[in-house]
Ligand binder design. Structure first.
Ligand code: GLA
Length: 701
């Protein structure tokens, strides 16, 4: 398969197994990619099937590599050996039929290559065509293989609440690295993304990088291991932890898609491919995702203490500074005055809003803004009317205590009645009110993952059916309300993945709004996901997370690296703050298309305690570029290296100005060639603590 600058090749070996042949930079038609040599045992302890770099290995025939499929039959057989039957090629898609060597289990592998980016999407469908049941104990989407190498380095993202998007790296050696979620949802702890480069040759902007991400918002796993003969295998899909999925005769299970790509342009090139792929192929909008409006959110200002007068007052102030979407967060419904009650009761709290939401929404609209609302549909507080009426609607084991997280339990979306109830409640809410945006939250992970209404042998289907029904509700809601936009939030960034991104327009990366912490988090985020979805709010100083004080301009520049929002308590602002905010929001609107949908260059990394950091976003036509540069703190008159820009048109001339107005740093020329800005670079001349500058480069003529 050829796409973009990538070739991905696989074939059938003489024994009938599907084997990886090549994955890397694009080759020419007719280049010799086969035939695959006959299988040989490596030794008496490493038999042939285990050594062959299979595209979809079953657990059987003495294969000890991470299996993509593990099965158990009623007669006790636990052996899967998948061999090639046939294939079909249609445009950029290849489907391969595999079958077990002795039992009627058929696996259909689907490969699709994106012609623009060369990103391959792989998934598998496992079908039981026999007469008895088959239990699937492990079902992965794909196994990807890298050639033998001694300097591979794995990059991945870890975190916790208020500390998502921590970039990790470690050498790829013998002994697997596993990143996963066992939580029923994507999770904060690990994110389903990986990248592997080569320490000897790869840098931020050059050298090979293989990368990938799973499109799944339930429990998942990606394992990376170097096998006995030096090949690296990356296996990802459903997490086998607590997994079991029984197929009755005629039934099928489809895996999520595991996307993977290659870049010869370093981590920067890999991220830009991912960003482009997400904008063109994943996000809603058929290849043209909408620009993120500037948003105001009430959470940090009011927490649960929302009411009509208070929200109207905030809306008036938000409109003054140029906000386009006003979002009321938690606290507007049921008996919701704290996190102890109300979740599940999605009716307007009449004490806080005596006349319903309409007066507030009318006010917001009269101020020229859209109205958005916070919901957390998958959850219920035991202290709620919904739970009192339907205590059986939650995930639970009937004879066991129900563990609460943030005083809430998880509704069992796998149940059809729960699924239909949630769709109806949300549909009614959005139909009855002019709501253009939902912040869809999800604040805890699973415990006691039982589904008592189905047979014990089928209860673990919950891991699949819950997520499929979540996707179904989101898709159906969008179908019924085409103008509605949705944000994926999960106690901050606990549910960001390519699965949920296909059904949501933006994501909330973290509840941590400290503008300095955000620099490393946004850097980590950008390795995997597009600035087009990455929301960032300007909130109060000192920030609640670290009690750090920063200027309003610094906070704006940090948040302007993504989709800009404001979450400060505007009631505490002075005239001067309003002036700064108005100026910065106006400036943001002139560059946001470039920031959100342009090419991102991470010029100076904020990681590993770096004092400096800088990113550059370049418009697709290269006529506009925006530089954000930050300083943690200057010491001892230490000179800072010049920042060399990237991605400009070398022969074009660019005029520079300061984003949001103000004078240029002393000595900076007003106009120069793209080559000058990329070779000579710029000195942002930042001195002090928590300093920042935005510079706008615009093509002349
Ligand atoms: C989660 C979200 C926050 C906020 C609160 C409301 O923590 O991440 O942004 O919406 O819930 O309870």
């Amino acid at each position: 398969m050829d796409g973009g600058d990538v070739t991905y090749a696989f074939g059938i070996n003489p024994a009938g197994y599907l084997e990886s042949i090549y994955w890397g930079g694009r080759l020419q038609d007719g280049d010799p990619l086969g035939p695959i040599p006959a299988l040989r045992d490596h030794s008496s302890v490493d038999m042939a099937a285990s050594i062959a770099p299979q595209e979809f290995p079953g657990q059987g025939a003495g294969t000890f590599a991470e299996p993509t499929l593990k099965l158990a039959y009623p007669d006790g057989v636990r052996d899967v050996v998948l061999k090639y039957v046939s294939h079909k090629i249609a445009g950029d898609t290849i489907t391969i039929a595999l079958r077990d060597v002795s039992r009627p289990v058929d696996v259909t592998l689907r490969y699709e290559i994106d012609p623009e980016t060369g990103i391959v999407g792989r998934s598998a469908t496992i079908a039981n065509n026999g007469k008895g049941w088959v239990r699937i104990d492990q079902a992965e989407s794909a196994s990807y293989t890298l050639p033998v190498g001694s300097d591979y380095r794995l990059h991945y993202l870890t975190g916790r609440w208020a500390a998502e998007w921590t970039l990790q790296q470690r050498p790829v050696t013998e002994g697997a690295t596993v990143i996963e979620s066992r939580r029923g949802s994507t999770g904060h702890q690990n994110n389903p993304w990986f990248a592997i480069d080569r320490t000897a040759v790869s840098t931020e902007e050059s050298g090979p990088v293989w990368f990938g991400a799973l499109a799944w918002s339930g429990s998942w796993r990606i394992s990376v291991d170097k096998d006995q003969i030096g090949k690296v295998r990356i296996v990802g899909g459903y997490n086998p932890y607590d997994f079991a999925y029984r197929l009755q005769p005629g039934e099928k299970l489809e895996t999520p898609v595991f996307y993977a790509g290659y870049s010869s342009r370093g981590m920067g090139g890999a991220s830009r491919l991912m960003h482009r792929f997400q904008r063109d192929e994943i996000l809603p909008g058929n290849g043209k995702p909408k620009i993120r409006p500037v948003l105001y959110n009430s959470w940090e200002a009011t927490e649960f203490a929302v009411d009509e007068a208070g929200q109207m007052a905030l809306a008036e102030k938000a409109a003054r500074i140029g906000v386009e979407r006003f979002v009321m967060d938690d606290g507007w419904f049921g008996a919701r005055n704290s996190d102890k009650a109300g979740l599940g009761d999605w009716t307007v709290n009449r004490t806080k809003f005596p006349n319903g939401l309409k007066p507030l929404i009318d006010k917001v609209k009269s101020l020229g803004m859209e109205f958005g609302l916070w919901v957390e549909p998958e959850m219920v507080n035991p202290d709620s009317d919904l739970y009192r009426a339907h205590p059986d609607w939650v995930i639970n084991f009937p004879t066991r205590p129900r563990s609460e997280g943030r005083n809430q339990l998880v509704l069992n979306l796998a149940r059809k009645d729960v699924r239909d109830h949630l769709l109806k409640v949300l549909d009614d809410l959005v139909s009855a009110n002019d709501i253009r945006f939902l912040k869809w939250d999800h604040n805890r992970n699973w415990s006691e993952p039982g589904w008592p209404e189905v047979a014990p042998e089928d209860q673990q289907k919950l891991y699949v059916e819950y997520v499929r029904n979540l996707y179904w509700i989101l898709a159906e809601l969008r179908r019924r309300h085409p103008g509605l936009e949705i944000e994926s939030c999960s106690g901050g960034g606990g549910r960001v993945d390519l699965g949920i991104m296909a059904l949501t327009d933006q994501v909330w990366p973290s509840d941590n709004t400290d503008p300095f912490d955000r620099l490393t988090m946004q850097d980590g985020f950008s390795h995997a996901y597009a600035p087009a979805v990455m929301m960032a709010w300007v909130t109060d100083s000192p920030n609640w997370v670290n009690k750090r004080e920063t200027s309003l301009e610094y906070r704006f520049l940090s948040a302007m690296q993504g989709g800009l929002g404001v979450g400060a308590n505007l009631n505490h602002w002075q005239d001067e703050d309003y002036a700064t905010a108005t100026r910065m929001i106006a400036a943001y609107k002139t560059v946001r298309a470039t920031v959100q949908q342009g090419d991102l260059y991470r010029l100076v990394s904020p990681q590993q305690g770096s004092e400096h950091s800088a990113t550059l976003s370049v418009a697709p036509d290269r006529r506009q570029a925006v530089l954000f540069a930050f300083l943690h703190s200057s010491t001892k008159l230490e000179p800072a290296p010049a920042i060399q820009l990237q991605g400009l048109d070398a022969d074009r001339r660019y005029r520079v100005s300061r984003l949001g107005g103000g004078t240029l740093p002393a000595g900076m020329p007003v106009e120069a060639s793209g080559r000058f800005w990329m070779e000579q670079g710029v000195d942002p001349a930042l001195r002090g603590d928590f300093q920042a500058i935005g510079l706008l480069f615009e093509a002349v003529g």
